[in-house]
Design a protein around this ligand. Sequence first.
Ligand SMILES: [Zn+2]
Ligand SMILES: [Zn+2]
Ligand SMILES: [Zn+2]
Length: 107
Amino acid sequence: MTIPIATVDRDTARNLFDHYRRQRDGIRNRPEMASICLICGSIHIIPKDGDAHKLVCRSCGFAFQRYTCDSCGKTVDSRDPKNHACRVCGLRVCSCGACGCATGSCE
Ligand SMILES: [Zn+2]
Ligand SMILES: [Zn+2]
Ligand SMILES: [Zn+2]
C-alpha cells in the first residue's frame, strides 16, 4: 500500500493538530497526519517534487518526510520522535530499525 494522502475535514484536522502539537509520539501511526501540517495546521499537503520521501505544506512551505518503510511496510514520519534521523543516509529510522542504508549497516 502506498501512502495515501487522506482527506481530512477541518474539525478532525483541528483536533489532531491540537493533540499532536502537544504529544508528537504516534504521528506515524495516524494516516490523517499525512494531510495535516504540524506547523500551521493547514490540510493542504502535497508530495514534494523530486523527493519521493517528502511531503510539503502549500500554506507555510514546511516540508517533512513521510513514507513507507521498505523493510516492514510501516509508516515513517520525520515529525514523530520515535523516527529519529539516520546520520548516514539522512532518512528516518523506522520503529523496526531499518532506514535508507543497507540492512543492518547503521544504528
Ligand atoms: Zn504549514
Ligand atoms: Zn520498518
Ligand atoms: Zn541510514
